[in-house]
Design a protein around this ligand. Sequence first.
Ligand code: GDP
Ligand code: MG
Length: 455
Amino acid sequence: MFADLSDKLVNMLNSLRKKGKLTKEDIDKFLKNLKMVLLASDVGFDVVRVFIKDVRKKLEEANIEKSISPVDQLTKIVYDEMREILGQPVPLKLKPGKLTQILLVGLQGSGKTTTAGKLAYYIKKKLRKSPILVAADTYRPAAAQQLRTLANEVDAGFYSMVKEDGTLDIDGYKKFIRGTLYDVAIIDSAGRMHVDEELMEEIKQLHEALQPDYVFLVADAMLGQEAVDIADAFHKALPISGVILTKVDGDTRGGAALSLRYVTGVPIYFMGMGEKVDALEPFDPDEISARILDLGSAKAFMERIKELEKKLKELERKGKKVKAEKIEDFTLEDLLVQFEAISDGDFVGGLLSSLPGGRQMMQGVDEEEMNTRLKHFKAILQSMTPYERKHPEVLDASRKRRIAAGSGTSVQEVNQLLKQYKQMKKAMKTLSKMMKRGRFPSVIPPSFLGGGGIK
Ligand SMILES: Nc1nc2c(ncn2[C@@H]2O[C@H](COP(=O)(O)OP(=O)(O)O)[C@@H](O)[C@H]2O)c(=O)[nH]1
Ligand SMILES: [Mg+2]
């Protein structure tokens, strides 16, 4: 989803991550790039302006230049702004014990009929209610047949209000649904190639006659800004309750999704992620923002960050915090402190994959293997004396054998740990800007445990 936008944003953040501390110039450059990336993703100009203005303001308020973990903070600010622009999620609410009518409108080819089938499937599977699909497309004779096939596929009811002569029998439909046992009627209306007056007039009349509970505009995300204009035009003609954005699985740039709510004021309810009936997802701004920024799952991201902070605080309270001020002083003692901070069961994989860029780092990494390695490394460190941890150069063959035996590992693994430790120190030197703060990354680079990414 929005792969291009996502890749660009993640790359921007990752390249800043390498720098550690951010200067005013870094931030200005970031905002300039962010603006270009959003515009290139076909996000509306007004939306981009507001987006950049808000992010700038939040960065100033957060005093980002002084921050100890600026890129995390920057990521969170962009994430928050994205969620704000996307708006609050709105769930579909059905009238209990009564028929809820949903009218689908939109241009031809936008995915109305397909979406009708998906909605019926969603209502059955997720809401456990009984839907009926209603054909009202007067233009394409095949449309009713397409809808009937879908109704069969998802085991929903079917009714066509299209008469032989191609006109609509609205009264017949109303009679049919009176006292119906179906919970939801999904009405698939006719679309045209373009927004024109005749189409709007017809839809207005249908709307007037049916008085539906929901009017969903089905809009093709591939159209980018044009989808926003179409939504605007429909919204001016009749009160649209929301938008269902289709073809989000395609090579879309994200412009429609990011602009729609802000420009039209109409919420996005669902997004279509494929041609199959199960490819419909409720539009969740938190999750979408998290996916765009590659944060793993949004909730997990926030929880892990909190959990990690709590753990580090706990360690500090015990007076066991990392003592090193310079890279040269970073000993195995400090490494043990870091390991102890993150070594609970499957915490590593979860933590790493929920950190910004973590999913990229975790590619091709066996989580279980990482956890095992972490456990072994921790045991090895714990089997050393404090002196050995501070002065690993004293570790000769016999000491290594003792440590391996004491930790239930092998001499090879002890050597491996020492090698990784050396490499890590070397890598840290290249990140020396970060070290000027006298702080080490609170999370061990995944490369230490066999992951890719930071090397
Ligand atoms: N990839 C993808 N294709 C979709 C999606 N929704 C609809 N389509 C395709 O878009 C085309 C037009 O869909 P249709 O429902 O007939 O549009 P309608 O004219 O508005 O009723 C069909 O080929 C669908 O399979 C979606 O979410 N993803
Ligand atoms: Mg259709």
